[in-house]
Design a protein around this ligand. Structure first.
Ligand code: ADP
Ligand code: MG
Length: 250
């Protein structure tokens, strides 16, 4: 059911610029790995590379989700394998209703899997409303265009709703806590924890702040500077970073 993500010596270029310089990480089911590091160090590049964004060229290394070579899979195949990315900057698609978008995403995720029944549009909406309620998301948002006129907090909550709908085996959450007020961080953290508990999801949690890690206890914390993991530790490392910043590596 749940999956292990294995990243070995991952090197990535954008245009001609080397961004990731050999990242190695193993995330087991149910584990939370926090990724921290200064702006521009390659955290989002790692997230986009894992989901198969075509701008990011892997020049060396290997990424496996269980026994599957992720790097030869298309972005759709990766999503079907249970990989999920919550974007740092969620995109707006005016005119595409949230509830329709999520139904499409759900179908795409579970297409061809016999254990899933898609049911009627109405049944899916009921399911969606229940999840929205659990995550304290205003149900009115489900009828609006995707992220159209959403506040920063609403966008991030919607990413978590999407996560709940897609039941990922592995989730990459890129600054899901940035720009959120304290209550929203709590709600988002609760949603993430529920997902981990329900599906034993492995999580890469990219963040700048300690606060979300008070709610979601990371098993490991990694610091990325200039495309490399320069230090790994447990949650005590977060306190050290809060106090000292990243100067020691610059
Ligand atoms: P982080 O998420 O850690 O702040 P990013 O992974 O977004 O950092 O960026 C790492 C570096 O790669 C930065 O120097 C950034 O300017 C560059 N970069 C990221 N995406 C692109 C892109 N699409 N085109 C050109 N350069 C990019
Ligand atoms: Mg980023």
């Amino acid at each position: 059911m749940s999956s292990v993500l294995n990243i070995k010596d991952l090197q990535v270029k954008i245009d001609q610029k080397q961004i990731l310089q050999g990242i190695s990480l193993t995330v087991k089911p149910g584990e939370v790995h926090a990724i921290m590091g200064p702006n521009g160090s390659g955290k989002s590049t790692l997230a986009y590379t894992l989901t198969g964004h075509p701008a990011y060229k892997v020049t060396q290394g290997e990424v496996k989700l269980d026994k599957n070579d992720l790097l030869v899979m298309s972005p759709d195949e990766r999503a079907q394998a249970g990989l999920f990315l919550a974007f740092q900057h969620p995109t707006e698609i005016p005119g595409v209703k949230v509830q329709n978008f999520l139904r499409q995403a759900y179908r795409a995720r579970f297409e061809g899997q016999k254990t899933k029944q898609f049911g009627s549009v109405l049944a899916f909406r009921k399911h969606l409303e229940k999840l929205a309620q659990e995550l304290q998301i205003n149900p009115e948002l489900l009828k609006r265009g995707l992220n159209e006129g959403f506040s920063g907090g609403e966008k991030k909550r919607l990413e978590i709703l999407q996560m709940a709908v897609l039941e990922p085996k592995f989730a990459i959450l890129d600054e899901i806590d940035s720009g959120l007020d304290i209550d929203a961080i709590k709600a988002v953290a609760t949603g993430i924890k529920r997902n981990i508990k329900k599906y034993n999801t492995g999580v890469l949690l990219i963040t700048h702040y300690q606060r979300i890690l008070d709610y979601i206890k990371p098993n490991f914390v990694h610091v990325i500077v200039e495309g490399k993991v320069v230090e790994s530790g447990d949650k005590n490392l977060v306190k050290k970073l809060e106090a000292d910043g990243y100067q020691k590596w610059s």
